[in-house]
Design a protein around this ligand. Structure first.
Ligand SMILES: [Zn+2]
Ligand SMILES: [Zn+2]
Length: 267
């Protein structure tokens, strides 16, 4: 079975795609389950995009879609939270107020700056920027752990001015291990985000080395998501992700419903 558990519709500030179109395309592409995970990034400091989320309207619209597609494709309601170390209490109260199926915690900002923008890298050595991103990721999960999986763990390599644009586990092994051990000991999963292929990395985020390490350390909860912001990428590169998971020693991937993991064989 194919499932895409990381999807953005126009409820996200950086997408114009109607959720109805995403559901229709997912059905056409043979997916059995999808979960919308629109952005909510509190205290996002840049003015060119707004990452607030009209959560109530979003959940209502998805509930309507779920009924309309009943028996054809399963549709979940999730959210992708842009974590920052000072936002723990705010997000705890937020996730407690809404009946999500699935919550992704992600690092999008490093000390209040977004590595997506070239200005982040001015005066910052690429490897120092990546290291700081991982340190902040660890601080984020210590401040707030009411998420189900951590999003795109090494995706900063999409933006770091490095050649090749690859994440080398050995450069940050101790720090990455600390992150993975924290997640495993708190019963948290990670995702295979196939947006890495779209970004031209030739692999998902995190890269196979990190996925393998999560498995070696005892991690078992992995969701698959395209991080599509347009219809074109819904369900994209799922076969590649499945192959990598198998290679890394996983036998199951996870879906979430009502914040509980359901495991599906990777055949
Ligand atoms: Zn993200
Ligand atoms: Zn996303």
């Amino acid at each position: 079975m194919k499932a895409d558990f990381h999807l953005h519709s126009f409820f996200s500030g950086d997408s114009d795609t109607a959720p109805e179109l995403i559901a229709e395309i997912a059905l056409q592409r043979g997916l059995s389950a999808i979960c919308f995970t629109d952005h909510y990034d509190a205290d996002y400091p840049y003015e060119d995009v707004c990452f607030e989320l009209d959560t109530k309207a979003c959940l209502e619209r998805i509930a309507g879609l779920r009924s309309a597609y009943k028996g054809r494709i399963k549709i979940g309601s999730g959210v992708e939270l842009g974590l920052q170390p000072h936002l723990g209490a705010l997000y705890r109260s937020y996730t407690g107020r809404f009946p999500f199926d699935f919550v992704i915690g992600s690092t999008h900002l490093v000390d209040g700056k977004d590595p997506y923008y070239a200005s982040f890298w001015e005066g910052c050595a690429p490897k120092d920027g990546i290291r700081r991103f991982l340190e902040v990721t660890l601080e984020n999960m210590k401040a707030f752990d009411d998420f189900d999986v951590y999003g795109h763990l090494d995706y900063i390599v999409r933006y770091a001015p490095l050649e090749p644009r690859s994440f080398f586990y050995e450069d940050y092994g101790e720090l990455m291990d600390e992150i993975l051990k924290f997640l495993i000991s708190h019963g948290k999963g990670i995702e295979v985000n196939t947006g890495g292929y779209k970004a031209g990395l030739g692999c998902p985020n995190p890269c196979p080395e990190v996925l393998r390490r999560y498995r070696e350390l005892g991690g078992e909860i992995v969701t698959m998501g395209s991080d599509a912001h347009t219809a074109e990428y819904v369900g994209s590169f799922m076969e590649e992700a499945r192959e990598i998971l198998r290679d890394c020693g996983f036998r199951y991937f996870a879906l979430f419903k009502g914040r509980k993991a359901e495991f599906v064989r990777l055949d």
